[in-house]
Design a protein around this ligand. Sequence first.
Ligand SMILES: CC(C)(COP(=O)(O)OP(=O)(O)OC[C@H]1O[C@@H](n2cnc3c(N)ncnc32)[C@H](O)[C@@H]1OP(=O)(O)O)[C@@H](O)C(=O)NCCC(=O)NCCSC(=O)c1cc(O)c2ccccc2c1O
Length: 257
Amino acid sequence: MPEFQDITVETRDGVARITIARPDKYNAFRAEAVEELIAAFTAAGWDRAVGAIVLTGAGDKAFCTGGDQSSHEGGYGGRGTIGLPLEELHTIIRDVPKPVIARVNGFAIGGGNVLVTCCDLAIASDRAVFGQVGPKVGSVDPGFGTAYLARVVGEKKAREIWFLCRRYTAAQALEMGLVNAVVPHDALDAEVARWCEEILALSPTALALAKRAFNADSESIRGISALGMQAVGLFYETEESKEGVAAFKEKRKPRFR
Ligand SMILES: CC(C)(COP(=O)(O)OP(=O)(O)OC[C@H]1O[C@@H](n2cnc3c(N)ncnc32)[C@H](O)[C@@H]1OP(=O)(O)O)[C@@H](O)C(=O)NCCC(=O)NCCSC(=O)c1cc(O)c2ccccc2c1O
């Protein structure tokens, strides 16, 4: 496994735990983090000794709060259409032939919420908070974070999440089907371990086939995502989008109109 700066990877007893390790930024990702996540998922995904992958964030505050707003004005400066190869990250989470569990230990906001959506399963602490902020900060995930979210929580709820940018409790996330279980914060690791143990007892090939069968039905969203990224790249160059980022950084309300 290569040396990582923004993430950590721990593989033990058949479980690879990938942690976004930027707690001072509420585990927001910059370009380096996205590249490292892609590399870690690729390695764990094809490691025959690994039967389940857990994605989480470091510390007690956040799972992930999406793109690092302090690292960009317009594009994010890395590889890909918007300077963050997010469509590749979402794709690899779906393509690894084993279950990926989001261990949601705190805020799952913006791109963090999209990661929860993309993971096969999600187990949340009762302190977790969910929501979208794209339209507040001049951005949108035009693929799995919108179109696939609608499949997960239903059309009306997905539109509410994006059109109002509210925050939701873990209990509300459970009710809408965004997570599979909610447990007291201190019981999160034990619960995630229990789910992994059950998965590890099952046929890996049957699980891989089931995952691919589930994915097949929503595969067209990958194309929508690629197309939408081109549009978001252009959107980031506009004053409207830049106003959203500036308002977040200056801790004020955006003036879009
Ligand atoms: C997470 C919050 C709801 C917390 O709010 P709260 O009021 O409790 O605390 P603060 O706002 O003061 O935050 C504390 C501290 O953390 C820093 N921080 C939080 N999030 C980020 C971040 N994303 N980047 C950088 N820094 C962050 C914050 O600045 C504070 O630091 P101090 O030093 O000032 O103390 C709230 O913070 C929040 O809403 N955060 C999310 C901000 C955000 O805009 N996220 C990115 C959205 S865009 C995105 O993620 C995205 C995802 C995709 O999948 C895409 C796909 C395709 C195209 C585009 C995509 C895209 O843009």
